[in-house]
Design a protein around this ligand. Structure first.
Ligand SMILES: [Fe+2]
Ligand SMILES: [Fe+2]
Length: 188
């Protein structure tokens, strides 16, 4: 299926702040780059990249409405972490507002913040694109980028190790999806 990336770019520009629009454009480009390396669908990777944070600047109530409409029921940990809602909310927004029903795109968007225990290649590409886009500048981003471009499973393992350590350090709960993702990637 063909998607109009120009229209998605326009939507992101109209919906998001300048900073988040820039991040989104960088993630879409990096998702295409990683999809090329790992043989994923380039169009789906870019669509997911353009839309992954489309609900991030919405109010919490509106985010809850979209994720509920999509059929997601938050567990106790997810309920306590509103920052993780925007990926799930975007599934509702993308499906019902934009009419995009592709299951691969919706999954990649849904799990871009928490990951999950059975990530598909496109999910991994979008997750890592979000962490390694050109606008990112955390201390070991160069290492993360290099890992993402060379070995995707170890890159996910490294990312999950960091994500869970960070949650523990801040005494935050760990959602079932993140917990299962961490356990899955320890084998690589
Ligand atoms: Fe996000
Ligand atoms: Fe993002």
């Amino acid at each position: 299926m063909e998607y109009n990336l120009k229209m998605l770019e326009k939507l992101a520009k109209e919906t998001l702040s300048e900073k988040r629009y820039h991040h989104t454009a960088c993630v879409a480009a990096q998702a295409k780059h990683l999809a090329e390396i790992y043989g994923c669908d380039l169009m789906k990777a870019q669509v997911a990249g353009w839309l992954h944070d489309i609900c991030k600047e919405m109010g919490r109530e509106e985010q809850l409405q979209w994720l509920t409409k999509y059929g997601i029921i938050l567990d106790m940990v997810q309920r306590s972490q509103p920052k993780t809602w925007h990926g799930m909310a975007a599934c509702g927004f993308v499906k019902f507002q934009l009419g995009i029903e592709d299951a691969d795109i919706l999954r990649a968007i849904r799990y871009h913040t928490t990951a999950c225990g059975d990530m598909k290649p496109l999910d991994e590409v979008v997750y890592l694109a979000d962490l390694t886009s050109a606008d990112r500048d955390y201390p070991d981003v160069a290492h993360m980028r290099q890992l993402a471009e060379t070995s995707i499973k170890p890159a996910m393992k490294y990312a999950m190790q960091y994500a869970l350590s960070d949650l523990v350090a801040r005494c935050q709960g760990i959602s079932r999806d993140s917990f299962e993702a961490y356990n899955y990637y320890t084998q690589f």
